[in-house]
Design a protein around this ligand. Structure first.
Ligand code: ZN
Ligand code: ZN
Length: 404
């Protein structure tokens, strides 16, 4: 049997599901795996699925695809556009769309598994395919690991994954080293002493403390980071007080931090802590501020040797000029938890889904940002071909490169 990948993709696209709710998607995945004669485990990390193709001695290669959609109302006008709705974690009814291309990721991985099953006599080793939930929450990989996916399946020698991006269809983007930034979401609570707005001298004002802290935090990037390095310190929310004549007892700041590697992460976090504590001390606070890391995504770092090997394999398979360096993305991913937890190399690449002629015209006209919808846009609409085929081929080429 042959999986009709176009039908599979358009069906997934029509029926996107929010993070940790990918039950229909997981059901389609397991149905296809069963048709391929593969055994699988489902319900890993709530809605994840994993399967094994064991094919004798040799390396263990993990292939990962994420499955979740986003709360975005689709405006592509495509015949197979989503009209789906879902309920988000706050209980709100929201539109749902595959605006990040995870439907294409699932399609490509199933297509690649079919090819690998059909060519067992040409390779040896073990392929583990991981269909991960909730990438958009940065929580799905952790959830699958917490459910024991690294113990219940053969441990990887390398982890491979791919993401759709607004490059011309056919093009692959990959770089050695940091491919995507690390990020942390942090809540800082500053403690003052509340009182009457007319008697500030009898209080410790957390509003002034928060204002000074926000300003001083700006110097982490502007004065303490090498201008050649990348770091982002954003204070995205600040909350204190309820009324003009009451000095509140505390203030809360929410920060989003981004950096290219673990060393930079440690440096920035240390600076945040130092400044927050120092500003509290400068205000005469009687209680140390509280700093809580709400969520944390590691940098997506491509192994240098494996990336060089894979780039050559892509060039050999698809022709010179197929692979480009897309630069480092300041967005973040949770794929690397699998490789980090297992202590093995990762290669994570991007592949294009934009009509090459439209891309070339926008590039020539200097209108790429305006005319080519990016991931998470309501207009994100990868062309079906050759995007599907290149996604399948890239996974097969990559898996075969690292298998026996
Ligand atoms: Zn996304
Ligand atoms: Zn994505």
């Amino acid at each position: 049997m042959t999986i009709d990948l176009e039908a599979l993709y358009t069906d997934l696209h029509r029926h996107p599901e929010l993070s940790f709710q990918e039950t229909r998607t997981a059901g389609i995945v397991t149905q296809k795996l069963a048709e391929l004669g593969l055994e699988f485990e489902e319900g890993l990390g709530k809605t994840g699925v994993a399967t094994v193709i064991a094919n004798g001695d040799g390396p263990v290669v993990w292939l990962r695809a994420d499955m979740d959609g986003l709360p975005v109302e689709e405006r592509t006008g495509l015949a197979y556009a989503s009209k789906a709705r879902g309920v988000d974690p706050s209980g709100q009814d929201v539109p749902v769309m595959h605006a990040c291309g995870h439907d294409m990721h699932v399609t490509a991985l199933l297509g690649a598994l079919e090819r690998l099953v059909g060519s067992r006599d040409e390779w040896s080793g073990t392929v583990v395919a991981v269909f991960q939930p909730a990438e958009e929450y940065g929580a799905g990989a952790h959830a699958m690991i917490a459910d024991g996916v690294l113990e219940r399946f053969p441990k990887p020698d390398i982890v491979l994954g791919q993401h759709l991006t607004p490059l011309p269809a056919g093009t692959i983007g990959v770089r050695s080293g940091t491919q995507m930034a690390a990020s942390d979401g942090i809540t800082v609570t500053l403690f003052g002493r509340g009182g009457h707005g007319s008697r500030p001298h009898s209080t410790i004002d957390p509003v002034v403390m928060a204002a000074a802290t926000v300003m001083r935090l700006q110097t982490i990037v502007s004065r303490e980071t090498d201008p050649r390095d990348v770091a982002v310190v954003t204070v995205g929310s600040i909350h204190a007080g309820l009324k003009n004549n009451i000095i509140p007892a505390e203030a809360k700041l929410e920060l989003s931090l981004r950096y290219p590697d673990d060393a930079a992460r440690a440096r920035v976090l240390e600076k945040v802590e130092r400044i927050v504590r120092a500003e509290a001390a400068a205000s005469g606070a009687e209680q140390h501020p509280e700093i809580v890391v709400d969520h944390s995504l590691p940098p997506t770092i491509n192994d240098v040797e494996a990336t060089a090997r894979l780039s050559q394999a892509f060039d050999a398979a698809f022709g010179d000029g197929t692979v480009v360096d897309p630069g480092m993305f300041t967005g973040s991913e949770d794929v690397s938890w699998f490789a980090r937890e297992a202590g093995v190399p990762l290669v994570y690449w991007f592949w294009g889904g934009v009509d090459p002629e439209a891309f070339a015209a926008a590039l020539a006209g200097g209108t790429l940002e305006r005319d080519i919808p990016t991931n998470h846009s309501p207009f994100f609409a990868p062309v079906l071909h050759p995007t599907i085929e290149r996604g399948v081929d890239a996974l097969v080429v990559a898996a075969r490169e690292f298998l026996g």
